[in-house]
Design a protein around this ligand. Structure first.
Ligand code: AMP
Ligand code: MG
Length: 343
């Protein structure tokens, strides 16, 4: 089960302002996609909209679970090289994951599953695989070998997909769409630590999203957002301590097959689309600070906050005004990454 600390939490209080009193929101916490989700929905149709959103996310879990023997991804992963028919939602998610894998030069590697299994991250039976085993398993990865056709996918024998790095973000986008169709203009979805903010708070102010300090329950800073997603990746969300006393995290460097170890503790990405945030938070974590900064300078279609082992917080200039460092973390060094400057 994957229910460790999540990277983000929600810091908001329902306020009443002036004479305006707001209705209580509909709120529910439930287990889906191997994590806790809390949906908070405001407005007249809140209860019905929340129920539909929950139903949708449970439906997506049924399609994308790697362990549910009835899921589409399970069928793909046990297809032994044969083409498998998949639904529109799965096709779109896989297509997006493969596109992001190409755009991040394979830092996001949706076919990393065999390697992840060798480390025990899929079962909780953790172990350090031998170098030979990892080298052999890496031969069974490579996003460019997956063939997507209209309505179907074909993976070479021995290869497997894991959409764990993008599925929740993509679900956030679909949920935001669904809620908008239901007439909801204010809602906050905590999708296992991925935050999807719909509109603003009912009083018209922005949502305040707390960013969790790695390996801690405390919040190191917060970000004000509206109509946006905020997603964090970091080894601290799931890791084990090996017999050698070292900590091994759940995000794998696809070049080596070993858990990422590059001086970064967490990467938070904020952008309009949850799927982009989710794909990039994982990929930038794999890249490390220097490459992540270069990647941002080239694209600038997202904002990010990097936390390093040496207690630096690097944030892109677009969110400088929206981010604040908590009082207890004032000794951390805040550095703003600007488009123009070069290290
Ligand atoms: P996230 O929490 O979004 O960063 O996703 C992490 C999850 O993605 C892990 O628990 C694995 O299931 C999977 N994963 C690990 N390493 C990678 C990688 N390099 N590329 C894509 N998915 C990965
Ligand atoms: Mg991710």
């Amino acid at each position: 089960m994957r229910m460790g600390l999540t990277g983000l939490c929600i810091l908001f209080v329902l306020t009443s302002c002036g004479n305006m009193q707001y209705r209580e929101p509909a709120r529910e916490t439930f287990l889906a996609m191997d994590t806790f989700m809390t949906f908070t929905v405001y407005g007249e149709n809140a209860e019905e909209a929340l129920a539909e959103a929950k139903e949708q996310v449970l439906g997506l879990e049924k399609l994308w679970s790697v362990t549910d023997t009835e899921s589409e991804i399970y069928a793909v992963n046990h297809s032994e090289g044969r083409p498998v028919e998949i639904s529109r939602a799965t096709e779109e998610l896989v297509a997006f994951a493969l596109k992001m894998a190409a755009e991040t030069d394979g830092a996001l590697e949706p076919t990393i599953y065999p390697v992840l299994t060798a480390w025990g991250f899929t079962t909780g039976e953790y172990r350090i695989p031998s170098e030979e085993a990892l080298a052999a398993l890496l031969g069974r990865t490579g996003y460019e070998k997956a063939v997507l056709t209209e309505g179907g996918i074909c993976l070479p024998e021995g290869m497997m997909l894991d959409l764990g790095a993008v599925g929740k973000g993509y679900a956030g986008d679909l949920l935001a769409e669904l809620l908008a169709e239901e007439g909801v203009t204010s809602a906050l979805l905590d999708i296992g630590g991925n935050i999807q903010a719909i509109g603003r708070k009912p009083d018209g102010t922005e949502w305040k999203v707390g960013l969790r300090a790695p390996y801690s329950d405390a919040v190191f800073g917060s970000l004000m957002v509206s109509d946006a997603a905020v997603v964090t990746s970091g080894a601290y969300e799931r890791y084990f301590t090996g017999e050698d006393g070292k900590q091994y995290g759940h995000i794998i460097d696809p070049d080596t097959g070993y858990p990422v170890e590059n001086g970064l503790l967490s990467v938070t990405v904020a952008a309009r689309e949850g799927k982009l945030c989710d794909a990039l938070s994982t990929a930038l974590y794999v890249m490390g600070a220097e490459k992540a900064v270069n990647f941002w300078r080239e694209r600038q279609d997202f904002d990010m906050i990097l936390v390093t082992e040496d207690e630096r917080v690097l944030l892109t200039e677009g969110i400088e005004e929206r981010f604040s460092l908590d009082k207890a973390y004032q000794d951390w060094t805040k550095e703003v990454i600007k488009v123009g400057q070069r290290e």
